[in-house]
Design a protein around this ligand. Structure first.
Ligand code: TYM
Length: 332
């Protein structure tokens, strides 16, 4: 069976609506047609400072949200990155194949390091995309289901796979980013020209899976729209309304043109109520199930341990090939 692999950082108390619509719902669909690996990149999370107690907690919350959102443990392998040491081992080899200039051009590093100043950024943040390439290439996946913001990172994984194959002989499958049109980029509700992100300047623009449904509804109803009252899909001139239409389309599966017809001549308030209802309806069961799963952390830990073992069976084979090809002794 062809494979897919993807992951989300455990760097906040909850996944948000962008993570859910841009990634998780597509993972759930993908697991029916692919052998699927979903993991929690805790090693990526520490590229910026993390509180150790919080990190472990957020890793479990993220795992619980994957399962609650529909990742089926009989179809998919679920694991934590740091429990599969092959990720760090392959990352080193790939670091040595990545140009310094090539890494410097990664836009996420430029964005994140410009916020704190390049001097306070870690070298880990700099080589973050190379670790991500290792995450992907270890499992030989055809597809990487992600939101639009990860496109450049998957491109680097492709370049490194091709480079390695060319230099050392066919070793890696060259993966493709699987990006669904609907939900690929959800914007901040208060600032609809920036993507929704856990580092948003105000929590009012953000919808988290674990937010109280009343808060979810309130935030959607206070979303920034624009001065006139025409419901139209127009990213450049009506980013707020466009974002609401895209959220509703992604959550309900209704195409945008159908929604635009439905809301023609109606006030923004009608659209907001429809979006709030649909989002609350989609997220409430995920929230409830997440909270249930978190009541038994020992069970979650054992699910993750079993997943890491399954992941290592695949990862260790790839790493052994790589070690052989670059001229290392076999991994022990
Ligand atoms: P992360 O944790 O930032 O985001 C997880 C997933 O959510 C998607 N996403 C969004 N989609 C739509 N609208 C948004 N506003 C939005 N915000 C986030 C992201 O595109 C992503 O799919 N580097 C990755 C984690 C990672 C990874 C990997 C992913 C590490 N190794 C290997 C795939 C394969 C990241 O930071 O995603």
């Amino acid at each position: 069976r062809p494979r897919v692999l993807s992951g989300m950082q455990p760097s906040a108390d909850s996944l948000h609506l962008g993570n859910y619509l841009g990634a998780l719902v597509n993972w759930v669909k993908a697991q029916d047609n692919f052998e699927a690996f979903f993991f929690i990149p805790d090693m990526h999370a520490i590229t910026v400072p993390q509180d150790p107690v919080e990190l472990r907690k957020r890793t479990r919350v993220t795992a619980a949200q994957y399962i609650a959102g529909g990742i089926n443990l009989e179809k998919s392998t679920l694991f934590v990155q740091s429990q599969v040491p092959e990720h760090a081992q392959l990352a080193w080899v790939l670091n040595c194949l990545t140009g310094f200039g090539e890494a410097s051009r990664m836009t996420q590093f430029k964005d994140k390091s410009s916020k704190g100043g390049a001097d306070v950024s870690s070298v880990g943040l700099f080589t973050y995309p190379v670790l991500m390439a290792a995450d992907i290439l270890l499992y030989q996946p055809q597809g990487v289901p992600v939101g639009d913001d990860q496109r450049q990172h998957v491109e680097l994984a492709r370049d490194l796979a091709n480079r390695f194959n060319h230099r050392f002989g066919e070793t890696f499958v060259v993966p493709e980013a699987f990006i669904q049109k609907e939900g690929a980029r959800i914007y901040d509700l208060q600032n609809p020209t920036s993507k929704m992100s856990k580092s948003a300047s105000s929590p009012n623009g953000l919808i988290n899976i674990l937010d109280d449904p009343k808060i979810v509804a309130k935030r959607i109803k206070s979303a920034v729209t624009d001065a006139d009252t025409v419901v139209a899909h127009d990213r450049a001139n009506k980013p707020g309304v466009t974002n609401l239409l895209e959220i509703l389309s992604a959550v309900s599966g209704t195409p945008i043109p159908t929604l635009v017809n439905e809301f023609e001549g109606k006030m923004y308030g009608h659209l907001k109520v429809a979006v709030a209802d649909a989002v609350v309806e989609a997220l409430t069961p995920v929230r409830t199930r997440t909270l249930e799963l978190l009541e038994d952390p020992a069970e979650l830990d054992s699910i993750l341990a079993a997943g890491a073992q399954k992941a290592r069976e695949v990862a260790s084979k790839t790493l052994a090939d790589v070690y052989e090809r670059v001229g290392f002794m076999a991994p022990l």
